[in-house]
Write a protein of this length. Structure first.
Length: 100
C-alpha cells in the first residue's frame, strides 16, 4: 500500500466561506478512481508535547501502489482541486509512506 498524508494550513484571513470551499474541494478527491481509501479530518483535542495540532485539515489517502498515487497526481479532479483551492492555504506538508 502507498499512504499519502497531506496537512493543510489555511490562511488565517479566511472565514467560514473559504473553509466551506476548501471542504467541498478536498471532498471531491474521494471520487478519484485510483483512491482506495480517503479520510479528511481536523486536529483532535489530544494534548501532548509530541502532537502538532497547528494544521487546519488533514487528508489521508491510501493507494494500492505508487503507480495509482502517480495517476492521482495528474487526475483532472486533483488538478482542479489545486486550481480552485490553492489560494486558500498558506502551507501544505506531505508525508508519503509505503507499508511494510
Amino acid at each position: 500500500m502507498f499512504v499519502h498524508h497531506v496537512f493543510f494550513w489555511l490562511k488565517s484571513t479566511g472565514g467560514p466561506e473559504e473553509s466551506k470551499q476548501f471542504e467541498k474541494g478536498v471532498n471531491s478527491l474521494k471520487a478519484i478512481q485510483s483512491v482506495k481509501m480517503a479520510e479528511i479530518g481536523v486536529p483532535a483535542s489530544t494534548d501532548r508535547s509530541v502532537i502538532d495540532r497547528s494544521y487546519s485539515y488533514s487528508l489521508l489517502l491510501v493507494f494500492e501502489n505508487m503507480a495509482d498515487h502517480d495517476a492521482y497526481q495528474i487526475d483532472p479532479i486533483h488538478t482542479q482541486f489545486v486550481a480552485d483551492c490553492a489560494h486558500l492555504w498558506e502551507r501544505v506538508q506531505i508525508y508519503d509512506s509505503v507499508t511494510l
